[in-house]
Design a binder for this molecule. Structure first.
Ligand code: SF4
Length: 83
């Protein structure tokens, strides 16, 4: 009879899930402010008053990861880094 309180479910491990979340970064020196990323993934990118893109969701929400990758690939100057 194993004690029930020593059994953990990986599906319920919030810390593990958080480590797998994506992070996005805009390299401002490369950004030309065309707004493609903000149009493609407004959940994560927003155009600032400085005319450059900024990350507004860190880490990237799981349901926005696909659009975030698409924005990264669409950026003409490769200003977006994902990790
Ligand atoms: S797509 Fe790239 S260049 Fe265009 S606003 Fe976004 S980060 Fe800047």
């Amino acid at each position: 009879m194993a004690p029930q309180d020593t059994v953990f479910s990986s599906a319920g491990c919030r810390e593990c899930n958080q480590e797998e979340l994506m992070r996005a970064e805009v390299i401002s020196e490369k950004c030309i402010g065309d707004g493609i990323c903000a149009d493609t993934c407004p959940e994560v990118f927003e155009m600032g008053d400085d005319g450059l893109a900024h990350v507004i969701a860190d880490p990237v929400p799981a349901d926005a990861e696909a659009a975030c990758k698409e924005a990264c690939e669409a950026c003409p100057t490769e200003a977006i880094e994902l990790s």
